[in-house]
Every structure is written in structure tokens, then in C-alpha cells.
Design a protein around this ligand. Structure first.
Ligand SMILES: *[C@@H]1O[C@H](CO)[C@@H](O)[C@H](O)[C@H]1NC(C)=O
Length: 309
């Protein structure tokens, strides 16, 4: 390890291998960022303000939107910056928050699936099972475990010695591109990363899958077509988000050789870091009568219908 150097900063190459797309990508990411912040803030505001949305499903949705607002804010502003360098500490901080929020989201999506499972498979006891205390515990547990796993992973990556190159061929500080820059033998670390990925991606995803197997079999047994439609429509939004999020994460981290970065990883990572947070508010609100109702009440009161004296 003689040629180990103390590194002060890294360069995030991002999508710099396509200089002809520079302006287009800048504008695209700017629009995506503004839309994400606006959409998710609106959802949080609706969930907090509207009495009709004070149910477990919308508490989770509010927390999810809150989480995604912060999540994109750890990644997108850096992508928009002209200066592509990031300090050693900056990189560490970005990785910690990115992992913390991303992993919390994995667990929160699992809690949301459990909520749908109880609502559809055990509707009569829904109020009792998903009481305030249970919801709060699920939320706190998601945030807490995200924090713990992220602390361990970040601490571990930043104790690695780095040699030579400081160029990160990625658009944010993530584990695989940083391990690649270290001068240590990789296989052991590869195993460690893979084990962590099983814990935070594969296990929650399996729980979601089991919930949905029960949900779908219950829906299929329902007598009325209307009931079937209603049950299905409350789950389908969640299912779309889960598929996009876990699909893209899983393809990156659940590949044993994920450290050997492919260019396609950048595109996959774009899906879970920027596309899902942007689409989330639309997927949940456009397909959902209750959210649209809340929006109407909010806008109707404040803008469209002046209050009668
Ligand atoms: C997050 O979840 C908790 C617990 O269910 C809830 O009290 C809180 O209002 C939620 N926050 C948002 C912004 O929805």
C-alpha cells in the first residue's frame, strides 16, 4: 500500500462522455428537479392539511414524498453544478445521505405494502391493526434502519485507502465507483456489499411480493366487479412505484459483480434517483380520487371559488 495518497477531492464525470448533450441534459435535469420538488411538496402539504387524508396510507405517502424531496436534493443539485469536483468530505456526506434516504425508502415501501395487505385482506380489523402507534413505529423504524445501514456502509467505504485516480465515472458518490478507486483487493468488499444489498433490497422486496400474492388472491376472490376494481386501483400505484424502484436498484446492487461498473448502471441509477421521485406524485395523485378531491378542496377554497359572505 506504499503508493496510497491522501485525496482531497474527487471528480464526478457524470454524463461528461457525451459533451454534445451537455445543455440538453442540464435543462432536462433542471426541469426534473423543479417538478420533483413541486410535486412532492404538494403531496406533503395535502396530507398534512386535509382531514380526509389522515389515514395510514396517506401518512406513509406523505413520508415517502418527504423522503424523496430530500433524496433528489442530495443528488440533482450536484449534477446541475458546473464544477464537477467534489471534496472528500462532500463525497462522504453525499454518500451518507443518499444511502440513508434510499434505504429508508426501501423499508417504507415495504411498510406501505403491509398497509395495503391489511386493508384488503383484513378490512374489518384495519383500524385496529394499523393504529397510530403501529404507523409511527413503522415510519420511525424505516428511518432508523436506513440511518444505521448507511452509517456502517459509509464508514466502511471511507476507511478504504484510495490510490491514484480521483475520477469517478458516475454522477454521484456511490459505493461501487468508490470501491473501484481503492487500492485494496476487491472480492471481500464485493461480498460485503452484496450481503448488505440482500438485507436492504432483497428482503423487503420479498415481503412486498408475499403481501401482493395475498392481495391479488383476495382481489380475485371478491364477488363484485366494482369491489375488485376499487381494491386493485388503490394498490396499482404502489405496485408501479415498487417495480420501478426495486427493479432499477436490484439490477445494480444484486449483481455479484456490481463493482465492475457498466455504463448502463448510470441509466439504471437515474431511474431510482430521479425518475421515480418525479413520477411518484403523478402516479399517486392522477390515479387516485381521494388525492384529486383533496387538491380540489385546497384549490377550490383558496383560488377558484371565492368564499360567499
Ligand atoms: C409520517 O408518518 C407519521 C406516522 O404515521 C405521521 O404522523 C406524519 O404525519 C407523517 N408525515 C407526513 C409528512 O405525512
Amino acid at each position: 500500500l506504499g503508493n496510497e495518497t491522501s485525496i482531497k477531492k474527487f471528480i464526478l464525470l457524470g454524463f461528461g462522455n457525451r459533451p454534445e448533450l451537455k445543455t440538453v441534459l442540464f435543462l432536462l435535469f433542471l426541469v426534473i428537479y423543479v417538478v420533483t420538488i413541486a410535486g412532492n411538496t404538494l403531496i406533503v402539504a395535502l396530507v398534512v392539511a386535509d382531514q380526509h387524508l389522515h389515514t395510514p396510507m396517506y401518512f406513509f405517502l406523505g413520508n415517502l414524498s418527504c423522503l424523496e424531496t430530500c433524496y433528489t436534493s442530495t443528488i440533482l443539485p450536484r449534477m446541475l453544478a458546473k464544477d464537477k469536483s467534489i471534496s472528500y468530505t462532500g463525497c462522504l456526506v453525499q454518500m451518507y445521505f443518499m444511502l440513508f434516504l434510499g434505504i429508508s425508502e426501501c423499508f417504507l415501501l415495504a411498510a406501505m405494502a403491509y398497509d395495503r395487505y391489511v386493508a384488503i385482506c383484513n378490512p374489518l380489523r384495519y383500524q385496529v391493526i394499523m393504529n397510530r402507534k403501529v404507523c409511527l413505529s413503522f415510519t420511525v423504524l424505516s428511518w432508523f434502519s436506513g440511518n444505521m445501514v448507511s452509517l456502517v456502509q459509509t464508514a466502511w467505504v471511507f476507511t478504504l485507502p484510495f490510490c491514484g485516480s480521483t475520477q469517478i465515472n458516475y454522477f454521484f458518490c456511490d459505493i461501487p465507483p468508490l470501491i473501484k478507486l481503492s487500492c485494496i483487493d476487491i472480492p471481500l468488499y464485493e461480498m460485503q456489499l452484496f450481503t448488505a444489498a440482500i438485507l436492504v433490497i432483497f428482503i423487503p422486496f420479498s415481503l412486498i411480493l408475499v403481501s401482493y400474492i395475498f392481495i391479488i388472491s383476495t382481489i380475485l376472490k371478491m364477488a363484485s366487479a366494482e369491489g375488485r376494481y376499487k381494491a386493485f386501483s388503490t394498490c396499482s400505484s404502489h405496485l408501479i412505484v415498487v417495480t420501478l424502484y426495486y427493479g432499477s436498484c436490484g439490477l445494480i446492487y444484486l449483481r455479484p459483480k456490481s463493482i465492475h461498473l457498466l455504463d448502463s448502471n448510470k441509466v439504471l441509477a437515474l431511474i431510482y434517483t430521479t425518475i421515480t421521485p418525479t413520477l411518484n406524485p403523478f402516479i399517486y395523485s392522477l390515479r387516485n380520487k381521494e388525492v384529486i378531491g383533496a387538491l380540489r378542496r385546497l384549490l377550490g377554497d383558496k383560488i377558484f371559488v371565492p368564499k360567499k359572505p
